[in-house]
Write a protein that binds this ligand. Structure first.
Ligand code: LLP
Length: 415
């Protein structure tokens, strides 16, 4: 069963109708399906079961505690990029020894906190960061576990904003500099070189960029080994794409895993992976109600109660996400731009969509489990939406809707 399906013409999550959830919790509303999250995670687990491996869910994709809790209970690891994400993972029951810390700008305080709790590895992105980490570890009389993030300069063939493995991107250490960086790391008493990693981009639909990147990484592992620097893991990053529209191809996780395993060969390396979108993307939807229908010179607009502050992907990347009615009702179909109330022309959820709707109808934006709520803001002093996790036949409030007064509670009038 798909995470969201129609029963008698009405969209449901498990046996709960999305209309009843909207009535109960209000709109805009994010709804997640626990089983779908578990099933997607399990695909990675099954595909890598014949190798030592660790799945480190990329927390940035959806960091709600109920999502992290779901994954922690499966035994998942986590890929974090900030102290805030570290705190969330620990609060949700994640194990420090299964946490990897990515990101180009880790602060001293972030390094200290991560060392104190004993994370699995720092994915270091520059020579300067490596020196800083060695200093912080020395000051704490400890040894920091390290992987170097390599920028393999391969084209991930995805949107330029979410491509990260090209030399013009800010991420990682170039192939040319990495060997020297490892050598310097090996000289430090406060660094333990454990692995090598990369993350070449997000929403990847092809296997070739993975194959190319992993091949370059394992060649480096071999060269390091010949110099007496022995690594124990290879972290291939995340990026596995999902099908936003029927025109998109699909990425099969079994084939993806086979491609990684083939490139790693029989080297005794633990395989680590950092999927975000694939685990949660299809497991979530955004529910929004039509406030007004209007027409300007033949162009039709559906003004809904969700906006770019709730879901910024369409405005930011021109991303396309399916929009459909929750109930199948007898209305005249028309082409609509689905827009929000924010005062920006970029405030749209979808353009030129055929919808059969009337005012007050409920719409469902699909594939909204990843990079959706987490990228929301309070622009226009709009309280952020509530989030609900459907677990079997019950709906659990995973995040309460913000109140407008909360938004300025930490601001101060002049004396
Ligand atoms: N590992 C690292 C180091 C990353 O930077 C990312 C995502 C991931 C793993 C997870 O990638 P995923 O499996 O989710 O593709 N906001 C954009 C996506 C940004 C991705 C940033 N990095 C979007 O809405 O499409």
């Amino acid at each position: 069963m798909t995470p969201f399906h129609r029963q008698s013409g009405s969209l449901h999550c498990n046996d709960l109708s999305l209309s009843s959830l909207a009535e109960q919790f209000g709109t805009p509303l994010y709804v997640y399906n626990r089983t779908a999250i578990e099933t997607a995670w399990q695909e990675f687990s099954d595909a890598l079961q014949d190798r030592k491996h660790l799945i480190c869910y990329a927390v940035k994709a959806n960091s709600n505690l109920a999502v992290l809790d779901t994954l922690a209970r499966l035994g998942s690891g986590f890929d974090i990029v900030s102290l805030g994400e570290l705190k969330r993972v620990l609060a949700a029951g994640g194990k420090p020894e299964k946490i990897v810390f990515s990101g180009v700008g880790k602060t001293t305080q972030e390094m200290e906190s991560a060392l104190e709790v004993g994370i699995r590895c720092f994915n270091v992105e520059s020579d300067s960061e490596l020196s800083r980490l060695a200093d912080v570890a020395a000051a704490h009389g400890t040894v920091a576990p390290v992987s170097l993030r390599i920028n393999p300069d391969v084209d991930a063939k995805t949107h330029p904003y979410i491509s990260t493995g090209l030399k013009e991107n800010k991420f990682g250490i170039s192939m040319a500099d990495a060997m020297d960086c490892y050598r310097r790391g090996a000289e430090s008493n406060h660094l333990a070189l454990r692995g090598i990693d990369c993350h070449i981009g997000s929403q990847l639909m092809h296997l070739e960029p993975y194959a190319d990147a992993v091949k370059l990484l394992v060649e480096m592992v071999d060269r390091l080994s010949a110099e007496g620097i022995h690594l124990s893991h290879i972290d291939v990053g995340g990026g596995q794409g999902i099908q936003y529209s029927a025109h998109d191809s699909t990425l099969d996780i079994t084939s993806w895993a086979q491609c990684v395993k083939d490139a790693v060969g029989q080297r005794p390396l633990e395989i680590m992976v950092e999927p975000g979108r694939y685990i949660v993307g299809q497991a979530g939807v955004l529910l929004t109600r039509v406030e007004y229908l209007k027409s300007n010179e033949g162009r039709h607009f559906a003004v809904v109660d969700a906006a770019m502050n709730d879901l910024i992907r369409p405005a930011l990347y021109d991303a396309w996400q399916a929009i459909e009615t929750v109930e199948t009702l007898d209305r005249e179909p028309r082409l609509y731009d689905v827009v929000g109330p924010v005062c920006e022309s970029a405030d749209f959820l979808g353009k030129q969509r055929t919808l059969a709707i009337a005012e007050h109808d409920l719409l469902c934006v699909r594939s909204a489990g990843a990079y959706a709520f987490v990228m929301s803001s309070n622009y226009n002093t709009r309280p952020r939406a509530a989030e609900v996790m459907v677990d079997g036949d019950s709906a659990h409030l995973a995040r309460a809707r913000e109140q407008a007064t909360d938004l300025f509670a930490d601001e101060f009038l002049l004396p």
